[in-house]
Design a binder for this molecule. Structure first.
Ligand SMILES: Nc1nc2c(ncn2[C@@H]2O[C@H](COP(=O)(O)OP(=O)(O)O)[C@@H](O)[C@H]2O)c(=O)[nH]1
Ligand SMILES: [Mg+2]
Length: 220
């Protein structure tokens, strides 16, 4: 078996499609000792330039979808710890150190449980998320009440799960994989605000939620 060279510290993966407006605020709130990888997927608004200007490493992933973007970012990480959150300003990177601190012995994943501010989370997306989290609890005993859009993980454990899902099924596939692998999982509250700029690509509309639900369904 090859022993991978692994750096200490945290790399944050930000999947971004057309997040040029929100990204400067997200990057400005990042803990200064964290590395940041922005994974762009065909943005047309200069997201990659904004990410470069903000000091992030930029990766261009050709396969569209949230899961493909996250996977590409994780593949490029070299640090012991990987964090993933949205690049739309809805989550606060300043909360990451608190999650990282919970990644103690035997814990592989610290999952953010979104505590929404008014207007942050459309009812259909929130309901779908709740139903799936209940299903995960009952079927696999995964101790979460949110599908953990913001998460902190041990990189080697994540890589060992292999490819998960190319689109919106990724967060659910991750938790199912984590259950099969017997990961230690902790859940902590995180704030969830309305995105600061731009428009939702996933669950902001009913049609987007239906698409996401179809992806989730394919994970079971
Ligand atoms: N690179 C990439 N990022 C994506 C894609 N779809 C969504 N994202 C990003 O994933 C994050 C969550 O998407 P968002 O549109 O906010 O979904 P919502 O929170 O469910 O409304 C944001 O940072 C998006 O820019 C994609 O196909 N490629
Ligand atoms: Mg969002």
């Amino acid at each position: 078996m090859t022993i991978e060279a692994e750096l200490p510290g945290v790399t944050v993966v930000l999947p971004c499609r057309n997040e040029a407006g929100a990204l400067p605020g997200v990057l400005a709130a990042m803990p200064s000792d964290y590395r940041v990888i922005v994974v762009d997927n065909g943005s047309t608004d200069g997201t990659a330039d904004v990410a470069h200007a903000g000091g992030a490493t930029v990766i261009v992933e050709s396969t569209p979808g949230y899961g493909s973007a996250v996977q590409a970012g994780v593949d490029a990480c070299k640090t012991e710890i990987v964090a993933v959150l949205d690049g739309d300003g809805s989550m606060d990177p300043a909360e990451l150190p608190r999650l990282v601190a919970e990644l103690t012995e035997g814990v592989h994943l610290v999952a953010g449980r979104r505590r929404p501010a008014p207007g942050a989370w459309p009812w259909h997306a929130r309901l779908g998320n709740w139903v799936l989290a209940q299903w995960l609890r009952r079927r696999y005993g995964v101790p979460v009440s949110d599908l953990a859009a913001m998460r902190v993980l041990r990189r080697q454990a994540l890589v060992a799960l292999g490819p998960l899902h190319p689109r919106s099924g990724y967060p659910l596939a991750l938790l199912v994989g984590a259950a099969h692998a017997g990961w230690g999982i902790r859940e902590l509250d995180v704030v969830y605000r309305p995105r600061t700029h731009g428009v939702s690509k996933v669950s902001g509309s009913v049609i987007g939620t239906v698409r996401a639900a179809r992806d989730f369904w394919s994970v079971r």
